[in-house]
Ligand binder design. Structure first.
Ligand code: CO
Ligand code: CO
Length: 319
């Protein structure tokens, strides 16, 4: 996106390309802004219905990460129509449609193309009050970092593709990817968060880097406090690591200070490219207990994994 030309100066563009945020936000009226995002990808699990539902949960997540409510969505579909039965496509779309319904919206259209490799996702439109947009750039030194889903979906979906994922790992990863971030976003709305993003392709540390950099602060992560999906460390050690995770590790090499004692698998998982990952929130210390209580009421996870500190913008120290 950084290669796009500079956008026109428009005061109604509340969130554009500048800070690499989760969605674009455009003010329509003093009390109403549109939130627009899209995401699609190739299958991460074998079951077509489950893939469709995960892709929809993942696309909706960027709306929730902005503190917004989804309004409607349209499908984005690529499918090898001459190579696979159309019933497979119907199952993908049914999964997406059911997940959108769970989020309280309908899918109202879309577009499909014939493509060798199946791909599916949504373009989602939501709304938010312009004063309640949760950006990635609002974090301040002393803010505590709270994460709402365990890490490891990149490693485990790679192991699923190679048919070496233990059943308990696969089940836990699929459950996590299927879970909407709506409950986490509702909890977030009840406390005063300074900044938030969702954890997806750049991994926990990649998204934290962008949040911290946009906020003009550094960050510290307590590796022992970060939740990981079952057996994800074992699978990372066994080399079940997606290419995206490896490129995150390379990108972050000069932006993260690692303790020499940290096992390689943990380092990999902190960079692991996530699908439909949790929200990462930066909140004042006194809001941690109310936020964790609100997350629990919503049935969402909540782990205090680190903090923002004064320092070189975007620099992360893992301890
Ligand atoms: Co996002
Ligand atoms: Co996104």
């Amino acid at each position: 996106m950084s290669h796009l030309p500079k956008t026109l100066a428009n005061p109604d563009v509340l969130v554009g390309l500048d800070t690499g945020d989760d969605a674009a936000v455009y003010r329509l009226r003093p009390d109403l802004a549109l939130v627009v995002t899209t995401d699609f990808f190739t299958p991460v699990v074998d079951d077509a219905y489950t893939f469709g539902a995960i892709a929809a949960a993942n696309a909706l997540s960027d709306i929730y990460a902005m503190g917004a409510k989804p309004l409607m969505a349209v499908n984005l579909v690529a499918f090898p129509i001459k190579e696979l039965p159309v019933s497979v496509l119907a199952e993908i779309l049914r999964g997406g449609s059911d997940k959108a319904r769970e989020a309280g919206i309908d899918i109202l259209g879309g577009h499909s193309i014939d493509d060798h490799e199946p791909k599916y996702g949504l373009a989602v439109t939501g709304t938010v009050h312009p004063d309640r947009v949760v950006r990635n750039r609002g974090g301040r030194p002393g803010d505590q970092l709270v994460l709402t889903k365990p890490l490891g979906t990149g490693v485990i979906t790679t192991a699923i593709k190679h048919q070496v994922a233990p059943e308990a790992s696969a089940t836990a990863a699929i459950d996590a990817m299927l879970r909407l971030n709506r409950g986490a976003a509702d909890a977030m709305a009840t406390v005063g968060v300074h900044a938030a993003t969702d954890v997806t392709g750049f991994g926990l540390l990649g998204h934290l880097h962008y949040l911290a950099r946009a906020s003009g602060v550094a960050a510290r992560i307590n590796a022992a406090a970060v939740p990981f999906l079952p057996q994800s460390e074992m699978l990372a050690d066994a080399g079940e690591v997606p290419g995206g995770t490896r490129s995150n590790e390379r990108f972050l090499a000069s932006r993260v200070h690692w303790p020499s004692s940290l096992p390689a698998a943990r380092r990999t998982l902190l960079c692991d490219a996530q699908t439909s990952g949790g929200l990462l929130m930066a909140i004042p210390a006194e809001q941690v207990a109310p936020l964790l209580a609100a997350l629990e009421r919503q049935g969402a996870g909540g782990w205090q994994v680190g903090e923002l500190i004064a320092g070189e913008p975007g620099l992360i120290t893992v301890s």
